[in-house]
Design a protein around this ligand. Structure first.
Ligand code: UDP
Length: 328
């Protein structure tokens, strides 16, 4: 039995990772400051002897007694609406939080993994994106707080790997969806699901010609798990290469939800990437991994989840500030 620390444990990916490690028979310590996470995502784990939870902010010194075999740093706001609302925390969790956890990993001689992102490629000029592409990122735009924190996170992780010989993994996660996504996080799938369930029209930003490639959460977790267990220490893309325009995607959602809403167009947020598709050759070759769940099946399961939310949850939506000039 390994002892695993998962930060961001009450979040979307963090909670699915807790489930996976528990299923594999490991002991899981979940950590979260609950700014964007929700204890509902892990309340089923509290009764287990294999699980404990620390309500802690990783930007402060992190102390965990006992041995640790793996540390997975998945704590971070991860949607554009969150970076606009809490830009400083977004920078701090990627920078200071990662530094604290690297120090902990060094002390415990634990293997360390960071959740990086396709955002390190910014609005990419190379398509599809291979791990060798350096990216096209606006440091000072509204998304810069996330993108640069994640880029710094990769740099400091590689520095600990090279300088201290720490055993590290870097996963670059592309758009992922599934049950436990936060309904009001502003991302396109929860936004469309909420709109469908409330009987509102679907808001497509820009003309909807921008593309994304959506990976179902079970596939994403499988890829992350395999990467952690591999001996590959450079960044690796884990995502679904099946690309679609946002407009075509909105049409698919209308068909899936069987409602009669229309599409309405809103301004494109600043620095919204025009295209995004992972090149997953490395993951295929080195991990024997590729996504198994098609969008139709994945979206059906996701819709089933959103249908279980209460009316009260459905009404708690937030609207996106398109200017990026947010202030408290
Ligand atoms: N989007 C949209 N309508 C919405 C929310 C998002 O058209 O209600 C678009 C957004 O502009 C972007 C894409 O959907 O082009 C994916 O946005 P999301 O915030 O999910 O993630 P991103 O990949 O931009 O980080």
């Amino acid at each position: 039995m390994k002892r695993v620390l998962i930060t961001g444990a009450a979040g979307f990916l963090g909670s699915h990772l807790c489930d996976r490690f528990i299923k594999e028979g490991h002991y899981v310590i979940g950590m979260d400051n609950l700014i964007t996470g929700d204890l509902k995502n892990i309340e089923h784990l509290f009764k287990l002897e294999q699980f404990e939870f620390y309500h802690h902010d990783v930007t402060k010194f992190v102390h965990v007694p006992g041995k640790l075999d793996y540390i997975l740093h998945f704590a971070s706001p991860a949607s554009p609406i969150d970076y606009l609302k809490i830009p400083i925390q977004t920078l701090k969790v990627g920078a200071l939080g990662t530094h604290n956890l690297l120090g902990l990993a060094k002390e415990k001689k634990a293997r360390f993994m960071i959740a990086s992102t396709s955002e390190v490629y910014g609005d990419p000029l190379v398509h599809p994106q291979t791990e060798e592409y350096y990216g096209n990122v606006n440091t000072i735009g509204p998304r810069g707080v996330y993108d640069e924190a994640k880029r710094f996170q990769e740099s400091i992780t590689m520095a600990y790997h090279r300088f201290h010989g720490l055993d590290t993994r870097i996963v670059r996660i592309f758009n992922t969806y599934g049950p436990r996504m936060r309904l009001n996080d502003g991302r396109v799938i929860p936004a469309f699901m909420g709109q469908a369930l409330r009987g509102e029209d679907l808001t497509v930003f820009g003309d909807g010609s921008q593309t994304r490639s959506f990976c179902y959460v079970d596939d994403e977790i499988e890829g992350i798990y395999r990467l952690l267990m591999s001996d590959y220490t450079l960044p690796m893309n884990i995502g679904n290469p099946h690309e679609i325009t946002i407009k075509a995607f909105a049409e698919e959602v209308i068909k899936l939800t069987g409602t009669d809403q229309k599409i309405v167009y809103k301004p494109l947020p600043k620095d919204d990437p025009m295209q995004r598709q992972p090149d997953i050759s490395k993951a295929k070759e080195m991990l024997g991994w590729e996504p198994q769940v098609g969008r139709e099946e994945g979206m059906r399961k996701t819709f089933e989840y959103f249908k279980t939310l209460s009316r009260e949850d459905l009404e708690k939506t937030e609207h996106r500030d398109f200017t990026g000039h947010n202030r408290k």
